[in-house]
Design a protein around this ligand. Sequence first.
Ligand code: RNT
Ligand code: ZN
Length: 417
Amino acid sequence: MHYVKDSYDIAHKRFSELGVDTETAIQTMTHLPVSIQCWQGDDVGGFEKRNPSSLTGGIQATGNYPGKARTADELRQDIEIAINYIPGPKRINLHASYLECNETIERNEIASEHFENWVLWAKHNHLSLDFNPTYFSHPLSQLGTLTNPDENIRQFWIDHGIACRKISAYFGKELNSPSIMNIWIPDGMKDLPADRFAPRQRLIHSLDQILHEKIDENYHIDAVESKLFGIGIESYTAGSNEFYLGYAITRKTALCLDSGHFHPTELISDKISAVTPYVHHLLLHISRPVRWDSDHVVLLDDETQAIANEIVREKLFNRVHIGLDFFDASINRIAAWIIGARNVKKALLRALLEPTDQLRTVENKMDFTSSLALMEEQKSLPWSAVWDEYCNRNNASIGQNWLKEIRNYEASTLLKR
Ligand code: RNT
Ligand code: ZN
């Protein structure tokens, strides 16, 4: 498609007039991997033998579009299809519940060997891996995990965290790239607690035990994820924003910000510059909350753009780890991955094409008229021609061409499951 190149050449000129080099922008995209959530492929089900499909912990995947992955092989095959159409560097984010083991194995006993296939596959496909302990969808998670007053249950979940860190470090070592291991727990209260303090004390203690062993940052990075509330824990969440911000600062872990875990008008884009002075690594769970933490597919909307702008403007390339966290079971799951991940990548490229210096100059002069005018005018600059060229160079699909391929795969494979 020669017109892709022609449009790109024109766009290149147009952007250079503003002092922006489109080649540099394309080049910088190689430093901005996006971590793709495996759980979009099977509605957060996982492959444990014991607990086939009951999702608990207040997170919900709604819809039952046909063709979800039933085995790890199917899931890997689906991911392989999706990543063809997502240009540039990618990571895959696994949950502990996506292990492979022929018999039932308890979560406190999982080990690297249960993830060997994933590692071999990642190597083969030039992917890096991230990890998450799974603190939900388990009989012992119903009344609290790391905050549970029952010492045995708490210890079970502490041991799960410890086991997961070893697996995460194994990923990092094998794949030569630190695995970010994110801890999210569903602990909280449906109705008003009389004691908000003790569960949080227990949570601190549990986390400290999990993190006790030092692990080389070249292999593994710990992250903690807060949440405002969940279904069934409307009145109190032990791991709130303030709780984990304090924890991440004092323990030097990464902080995870999920777009759906705050009040509806609160935006994580604004939190990035507020927390980076205090925490070194940030993990983002980019999601789209519709009225609640609904985890809809990410759009190329104002907030996605604002998040990308913050990362790029502050050059947080090695400090902000971009992850996706949506799971929509009402549409083709592979298409969901592609749409969401492409949107995040589009936003990153657009951010890299922003004439930031020019904007800052006028802003520093308190010339807010020019600032608003420039910000709005640049929305119609030909960034999409640069995006097409970027996709072309990465052998990813241009425009909606990928959809045809996904429809073919749906007919040949997904609908036969
Ligand atoms: C839940 C959290 C958490 C999960 C994943 C599956 O509200 O966002 O990150 O979505 O771990
Ligand atoms: Zn999340």
